[in-house]
Write a protein that binds this ligand. Structure first.
Ligand code: 2HG
Ligand code: ZN
Length: 465
């Protein structure tokens, strides 16, 4: 049960971070208490915005003394309810939102090591601008780049479009700094590529969703900046044709940077939203594939060569022109926004399932998902990342989301897939975690959590079946 805030806790927090950064007014807190989709929300006693790792540690120690939970948040672009407080009706204990949004310091880029240190509240766009200023680039990129922050992306092991080339967020973290539930500062930002000295904090914390410690900064890997990018939009006649194309692209092109997938329903929705037709559009298309090749020289010829020989392609458009590319990429990057607009119209928040299956099971997954959506009577908008078999199954106007999840997530598990590919488990998927983690694995996870956070104060309810 929630009760009125003990005044001394707010006073102590005010001493720790300054009155301007302990937000207690209802209307100011409101924006921090609800997630981006409007599906997940819960109240907090205060939003606390520390400015340094020491202040984060002080805030956590104060919360521990008052037995108040800590929900870390920064960009609040998460899609599984992990960055907002739990609902009051769930009987959750009182919480604060620990906003890392003021931790925006950037270190100098080390071009020889190809690394940089950034604080948790730095956005992906800022990180990329900084890397490019030094002639390098960031290995991870996704549509929410302007708002999503480094801390959250590590905590959820975010993926995005470049995973096939550089891996997920986990692979980019060569050093980390974080604060534990007892207010201790742990980790190192040294960034040594080789070190075998027991426990590796970056590995432990990537994907831990704010439950083991609060990430405050990271030492991140950078990659070469390939200034020539060629983008193709391809309509294919079957899912199998799409996966054959993927295999050929991977075998033939060292410049391959992204292979994204858009179902016709998603293409229709985003076209309506943008108010224009894509350069390739066919009633026979079963999938649209967007391919990026990036290199130090123009990779167009090799890409065109592969496309001219691939079978099952209905139509394609290829461009290197920056303006044309941007217009084309919008058909992929702005689907989430188009879904949000359609959901506002439908009057129900979107029900999102981020799943992945082995690539040869994709056709089966699409079939199961469509059947489940049809049974519910909602509109299914699938799109995602072809190379990882990762589909974002968005349901607009779903009446029984839990039933859809029961059916689709069980099918995903039986196909050898995962119930979360890149958004995390949060609270959204927690009831289904047992489908992909056995009791021994869940017990081990709980034991590690209890060892680091015996009071269970860090992001309670998240990652917990
Ligand atoms: C993307 O790939 C993100 O654009 C968001 O993972 C997916 O809105 C979604 O479901
Ligand atoms: Zn995605």
């Amino acid at each position: 049960m929630q009760s009125a805030a003990p005044i001394d806790m707010i006073e102590e927090l005010t001493v720790a971070v300054g009155a301007a950064h302990v937000l207690v007014d209802d209307d100011v807190r409101a924006g921090y208490e609800v997630d981006w989709t409007g599906r997940y929300q819960g109240p907090c006693r205060a939003v606390v915005r520390p400015d340094s790792v020491e202040e984060v540690a002080a805030v956590i120690r104060i919360c521990a003394q008052h037995d108040v939970a800590v929900v870390p948040q920064a960009g609040n672009t998460g899609l599984v309810g992990g960055s907002v407080p739990r609902p009051a009706a769930s009987g959750a204990r009182a919480a604060i939102v620990l906003s890392l949004i003021r931790l925006t310091r950037l270190g100098a880029v080390d071009t020889a090591a190809m690394q940089v240190t950034v604080e948790a509240g730095v956005t992906f766009t800022t990180w990329r601008e900084q890397a490019r200023h030094a002639g390098l680039d960031t290995p991870v990129d996704f549509a929410a780049r302007d708002t999503a922050t480094i801390g959250g992306a590590i905590a959820t092991n975010a993926g995005g479009s470049r995973v096939l080339r550089f891996g997920t967020m986990r692979q980019q973290v060569v050093g980390i700094e974080a604060v534990t539930a007892e207010g201790a500062i742990v980790g190192s930002l040294g960034g040594l590529p080789k070190e075998t000295a027991g426990l590796h904090w970056p590995s432990l914390l990537a994907g831990s969703e704010g439950t083991l410690a609060v990430i405050t900064a990271a030492r991140l890997r950078l990659v070469p900046w390939f200034q020539h990018t060629t983008t193709a939009l391809v309509a294919v006649e079957s899912v199998a044709a799409g996966t054959r194309l993927l295999a050929t692209l991977r075998q033939s092109l060292t410049s391959l940077d992204a292979v994204e997938v858009i179902a016709p329903a998603a293409m229709r929705l985003v076209s309506e939203h943008l108010g224009r037709q894509p350069p390739v559009s066919s009633p026979e298309a079963v999938l649209y594939v967007i391919i990026d090749c990036a290199d130090h020289g123009d990779p167009s010829e090799q890409l065109l060569d592969v496309l001219s020989q691939a079978d099952g392609i209905i139509d394609s458009a290829v461009t290197t022109d920056a303006v044309q590319r941007e217009r084309l990429v919008a058909f992929r990057d702005r689907i989430t926004e188009a879904i949000a607009a359609a959901s506002t119209e439908a009057g129900v928040p979107t029900f999102k399932l981020d799943v992945a299956v082995p690539i040869d099971a994709l056709a089966q997954l699409i079939e199961v998902a469509q059947d489940a959506a049809d049974a519910d009577g909602c509109r299914l908008i699938p799109f995602g990342h072809l190379a990882e078999g990762n589909l974002h199954l968005n349901h607009i106007g779903a009446s029984h989301p839990e039933r859809i999840a029961d059916t689709v997530l069980a099918a995903v598990a039986s196909l050898g897939g995962t119930i979360s590919a890149e958004h995390g488990i949060g609270v959204a998927k927690a009831p289904w975690l047992h489908l992909i983690r056995n009791p021994a694995e869940l017990a081990a996870q709980a034991a590690i959590r209890a060892a680091l956070d015996p009071g269970g104060m860090l992001n309670p309810g998240v990652l917990q079946p």
